[in-house]
Design a protein around this ligand. Structure first.
Ligand code: B12
Ligand code: SF4
Length: 497
């Protein structure tokens, strides 16, 4: 049996661009580990390589994010017309099963561990079902990824990934996990076994990429006790790693130092906003903005390059706040975020439910617009064009060469831990990538106004495909998730990972 596993990709600029960066989807190597040992498997990651349209597989698995749906529908339709069987999985497919079943032969609506083997067995018997939704298996049954199938020739800097946990214990109102995914973590000895004995490292830049990997967890610090034990176990391996975790973890000096000693050189945390009102509107009021400067200094002093994400267009945002963002960052010691996006109302989130109920969804939103770089809603205190002006101005200013130079220079001498300086230098392209979404000058960044990629538009016309329209009725927020959204007690802290 010949199987292709494809992780699709479309660039925020809506131009045909690749993004050969450190972080890549690891879904293909996870799904490959669940396929029968005698299957011939090919993995494709469209963020790095083009998908060949002239090959033939018996079964094609697609993984995609919301914004890649239209493009993935095109690929699936082309393959089905050539007699291949296609399957969709991931968060969007789970929430929009009926819609996806128009373009794919089957949908996996839960974690793949139990469902993929069942689906393949049915397919081999000629009894493929439309929906596979067996519940998630216990985390000890998450298999080792097929690292042997990752092709580093496509990407100089890509690092192997690993999951220690799934889900997140917090409930940020805009997050696709809120109300849908339980937090659970793998046994530490499984994680250590995978890193020590099974992981295949990228040897292309000695002293930088070799012996380095990335945790793909939404929030590696969901249980600080687990993180502490994991760090103790990682220490003897002498590897270099990065992760995403929440702000509360970074407030613990002893844990941050332990992470540095265990090889952590990079942490991403979703600070999201420096505006207390926006933080509170996101159900993230526990981000201690008064401690941000101290947290940054502590992380860098512990050998950890701390990277922040900021969002514009949140409900508390005003022109005054957004104009002053560079000033606030200057006060934080010229700290530069590595990610700047526009808050996105994903249909399964409490934020979407609120925006839809208040009639604030912009007209003409399609799934392509749900990319985190396109305004899909009307914030209460800003005109849509004002949000976009601030987004473009900040992306240009923060991603400027001058700013990147200052960012690197200010941090370079802060720690002597192994490979710290290499990690500071490696963070420069990430800061510069803040400008990448602006590459297409004809983009308005307002939903309903920008055409999708020319190739996809043409193929959709040829194939008679319609874009998925996102309207108030598209809401898939879990009422249990909505119930969990309430102000937190002062003193507890979280932030987006
Ligand atoms: C690497 C990464 C990226 C990469 C690659 C994206 C990709 N194709 O996954 C890049 C850099 C492109 C990226 C970009 C963004 N990302 Co991102 N990213 C991640 C990250 C850190 C790891 C993904 C991964 O490989 N995980 C490991 C794999 C094994 O798990 P998984 O992807 O969660 O998939 C699980 C299931 O969904 C399922 N599954 C998935 N696909 C399939 C397919 C089949 C056939 C089957 C059976 C099962 C299945 O199996 C997995 C195990 O249960 C996740 C965090 C996370 N832990 O997932 C965020 C995450 C996916 N990203 C997120 C966000 C918000 C973004 C951005 C919007 C941020 C921004 N504004 O820039 C952008 C743009 C995305 C867009 N255009 O919609 C969100 C959710 C986005 C969404 N649409 O659902 C996540 C969940 C982080 C979070 N907690 O907020 N991201
Ligand atoms: S902390 Fe991060 S992963 Fe967790 S709910 Fe908030 S945004 Fe989602």
């Amino acid at each position: 049996m010949r199987i292709a596993i494809i992780s699709t990709y479309t660039h925020p600029s809506r131009l045909l661009r690749k993004e050969r960066s450190i972080m890549q989807s690891s879904v293909p190597e996870l799904l490959a580990a669940l396929c029968p040992p005698d299957a011939e498997i090919e993995l494709y990651n469209e963020k790095e390589t083009d998908i060949p349209l002239d090959r033939h597989w018996d079964l094609v698995f697609f993984s995609y994010l919301h914004a890649y749906y239209e493009h993935t529908k095109v690929l699936s339709t082309l393959f089905r017309r050539q007699g291949m069987t296609t399957v969709a999985g991931g968060r969007h497919a789970s929430h929009f099963r009926a819609d996806a079943l128009q373009y794919f032969d089957a949908v996996v609506a839960e974690d793949p561990e139990a469902n993929l083997p069942a689906l393949i067995a049915d397919f081999q018997r000629g009894e493929l079902q439309p929906v596979y939704a067996l519940p998630p298996v216990p985390p000890e049954q998450i298999p080792t990824y097929r690292y042997d199938l990752v092709d580093y020739r496509n990407n100089l800097v890509r690092l192997p990934g690993i999951e220690a946990s799934r889900g997140c214990p917090f409930s940020c109102n805009f997050c696709v996990l809120t109300g849908h995914e339980q937090y659970r973590y793998r046994p530490i000895d499984h994680v250590i076994r995978d890193i020590r004995d099974r992981m295949i490292f990228n040897q292309r830049i000695p002293g930088v990429t070799n012996n380095a990997f990335s945790f793909l967890d939404n929030n590696l610090g969901g249980s600080p006790r687990y993180l502490r034990e994991l760090c103790e176990a990682l220490m003897p391996l002498k590897k270099i790693w990065g992760c995403a975790l929440t702000f509360n973890v970074l407030r613990d000096p002893e844990l941050v130092r332990l992470m540095g000693r265990a090889g952590c050189r990079y942490v991403y945390t979703g600070l999201e906003s420096l505006n207390p009102e926006s933080i509170s509107s996101m159900n993230k009021g526990q981000n201690k903005l008064s401690e941000v400067r101290e947290v940054i200094q502590r992380a860098f002093a512990s050998g950890i390059v701390l990277s922040f994400g900021l969002l514009v267009g949140a409900d508390g945002d005003t022109n005054d706040y957004l104009e002053r963002v560079p000033e606030y960052l200057h006060d934080l010691g010229d700290h530069c975020p590595t990610f700047l996006g526009i808050v996105c109302p994903y249909p399964e989130t409490p934020f979407f439910a609120q925006v839809a109920a208040e009639g604030r969804l912009l007209p003409g939103v399609i799934s392509r617009d749900l990319d985190g770089y396109t305004l899909c809603h009307r914030p209460p205190r800003l005109h849509p064009s004002e949000v976009i002006d601030h987004f473009q101005r900040l992306s240009r200013a923060l991603g400027s060469l001058h700013n990147v130079g200052r960012h690197v220079w200010n941090r370079l001498m802060t720690s002597d831990l192994p490979r710290y300086k290499a990690c500071v230098v490696m963070s420069a392209p990430e800061v510069m990538s803040l400008r990448a979404p602006l590459a297409n000058r004809s983009r308005s960044y307002i939903a309903g106004r920008d055409p999708i990629e020319a190739w996809d538009a043409e193929k959709m016309r040829e194939l008679g495909l319609e874009p998925q329209r996102i309207e108030a009725s598209s809401c898939r927020a879990d009422p249990r998730g909505l119930a969990r959204i309430r102000p937190r007690r002062a003193g507890r802290s979280s932030a987006a990972a």
